[in-house]
Design a binder for this molecule. Structure first.
Ligand code: SF4
Length: 379
């Protein structure tokens, strides 16, 4: 296969759907979590959910980088952006996430704060070079996929002696979140998500490799299949999970062999390790405060750490009332379970981050109209 169309071939999809229907044991119910928000969107966008047998249910996971950023972190960035002399830049989706007092970074900009959208940390670096009289701060978010470019920008800033550039580091770690979800499921079978296996993320796995998932198969006895983003990738991955469950296996399998290796991108890992270290703890939206689940800049790069440079203090704040984002991110609710879905909360007027982000579960269900016939899943 060379072209993306080949991964969207309807005849092959129909054949895979028939195979899946034959493999899925009608006497059992299969529940698989797709960790990554990109997979959530691909499942909805391409109608893959409609091709699954009725006893195969996909549960959304916490793998949307904008969604897992707690409101307090956005508040912190807004507070800094409102200081004189500061230019705050970040990715487009983050600008629209609702924060405290009806604010967002975009609304703070409308009130006079210098907030800019960038598409990469390299854009933020360019901005810092072009605005030598301003403090340019990059609000860095995301999983291991977006961490190496931030590390590269920090290292480049250090090499250039770019003293007006710094980073609010909100990069988070995938294995910690997966472990938390599986712990929750094991500790509270009634309240946690019941999961028979995981669809492992694609982009993150290109960086970290497939090896870090071994412990999920070993410790929690859950199969993991790392999947590509195209509909045929997902159909095949779900089929591989069904087969593992049927055969009583719990192994890490790699469907996305065209991009993911067991060891991952070693150069990117070395770059991350040079610039970042693990925080003791970090609050995630929906998952709470998890130990060793996020990164901060190492002492050698402390001058580029905006939290230290500007004495920023993180303050947790409550979620918007009636917003089910936290439960959706834990895999115990679906977007359609939220009373505000599609009425009060829409992509044009989001209440929670899951409706903002291009990887958010609520945005996926709203945008692709798959919400009409999805069953409500009880916690
Ligand atoms: S529909 Fe809106 S309010 Fe409801 S869970 Fe999703 S983002 Fe939150």
């Amino acid at each position: 296969m060379k072209y993306v169309d080949e991964f969207r071939n309807p005849a092959l999809a129909a054949r895979l759907a028939r195979r899946l229907a034959a493999e899925a044991d009608p006497a059992r119910a299969y529940r698989f979590m797709e960790f990554c928000g990109g997979h959530t969107h691909a499942l909805a966008r391409h109608g893959v959910l409609d091709l699954l047998p009725p006893n195969v249910t996909m549960v959304h996971g916490p793998g949307c980088p904008v969604c897992v950023l707690p409101v307090g972190r956005i508040d912190m960035a807004i507070g800094l952006a409102q200081r004189p002399g500061v230019t705050l830049c970040t990715y487009g989706d983050v600008l629209r996430v609702p924060a405290t007092d009806g604010l967002s970074l975009l609304r703070a900009k409308a009130r006079g704060a210098d907030v800019r959208m960038v598409t990469s940390p390299a854009d933020a670096l360019r901005l810092a070079r072009s605005l030598p009289d301003r403090e340019v701060v990059f609000l860095a978010i995301g999983f291991e996929t977006t961490t190496p470019p931030t590390a590269l920008a920090v290292r480049q800033a250090a090499a250039e002696g770019l003293a007006n550039f710094s980073v609010i580091c909100c990069h988070v770690l995938t294995p910690a979140a997966v472990g938390h979800i599986l712990d929750a499921a094991a500790a509270d079978p009634a309240g946690g998500p019941r999961l028979d296996g995981l669809v492992g993320p694609a982009h993150v796995s290109i960086v970290i490799g497939s090896a870090p998932y071994e412990c999920f198969a070993r410790t929690w006895g859950r199969p993991v299949v790392i999947s590509g983003f195209e509909p045929l990738d997902l159909m095949q991955s779900i089929s591989m999970l069904v087969r593992q469950v049927n055969e009583g296996r719990a192994e890490v399998e790699n469907q996305f062999t065209r991009a993911v290796t067991p060891q991952g991108n070693v150069a990117a890992q070395a770059l991350m390790a040079e610039v970042f270290e693990t925080r003791e703890a970090f609050e995630w939206r929906g998952l709470g405060t998890l130990p060793a689940s996020a990164l901060r800049l190492r002492e050698a790069y402390a001058g580029f750490d905006a939290e230290r440079r500007f004495d920023l203090v993180y303050r947790p704040v409550p979620e918007p009332r009636q917003c089910e984002c936290p439960a959706i991110l834990r895999g115990v609710r679906r977007p359609t379970d939220c009373k505000l879905f599609g009425s009060v909360c829409t992509p044009e007027s989001p209440v929670g981050s899951c409706m903002v982000s291009s990887e958010g579960a609520c945005a996926a269900h709203y945008t692709y109209g798959r919400f009409r016939d999805l069953p409500v899943v009880a916690a």
